[in-house]
Design a protein around this ligand. Structure first.
Ligand SMILES: [Zn+2]
Ligand SMILES: [Zn+2]
Length: 140
């Protein structure tokens, strides 16, 4: 079960923030090349929450801005000291924070129900649960 407030932060502890689990609007995996590169892994897993469900509590993350597939900007926030990926914001969904599962102190309650950019998923990606909706690119 989710807690009242989900605490999250980076590996070194400089950057910390909180997510209100009651405000979470979705959870997903993303297999796009940018997520593969920035996470250094096969895919990213995250939950997304509007800004009133997100609160910085410590530190000032660095940000890398890149053009997304739609042409809108994707701003990927990470710890400038230890490099941990923390959350992203995208122009196409303003005010929404996409919080990386690995940043959460406890992500065991998560149930990502969607997988984006399956067209660039690595062939050795672990098989996904049958109830995960798969999209070649972004949904919609
Ligand atoms: Zn750090
Ligand atoms: Zn992605």
């Amino acid at each position: 079960m989710a807690n009242q407030v989900e605490k999250a932060g980076c590996l070194c502890g400089d950057v910390q923030f909180e997510v209100d689990p009651a405000k979470i609007v979705g959870q997903a995996h993303c297999h796009c090349r940018d997520c593969q590169r920035s996470t250094g892994s096969a895919f990213a897993s995250f939950c997304f929450v509007p800004e009133d469900g997100f609160r910085m509590t410590s530190g000032d993350p660095a940000c890398f801005e890149v053009a997304g597939e739609s042409g809108g900007k994707v701003r990927r926030s990470f710890c400038g000291r230890c490099g941990s990926q923390l959350f992203s914001r995208v122009d196409v969904m303003p005010g929404v924070y996409f919080v990386k599962a690995g940043a959460l102190e406890d992500a065991s309650w998560m149930k990502p129900a969607m997988a984006f950019w399956c067209q660039s998923a690595q062939p050795w990606t672990p098989v996904m649960a049958d109830d995960v909706a798969r999209f070649d690119r972004n949904p919609g």
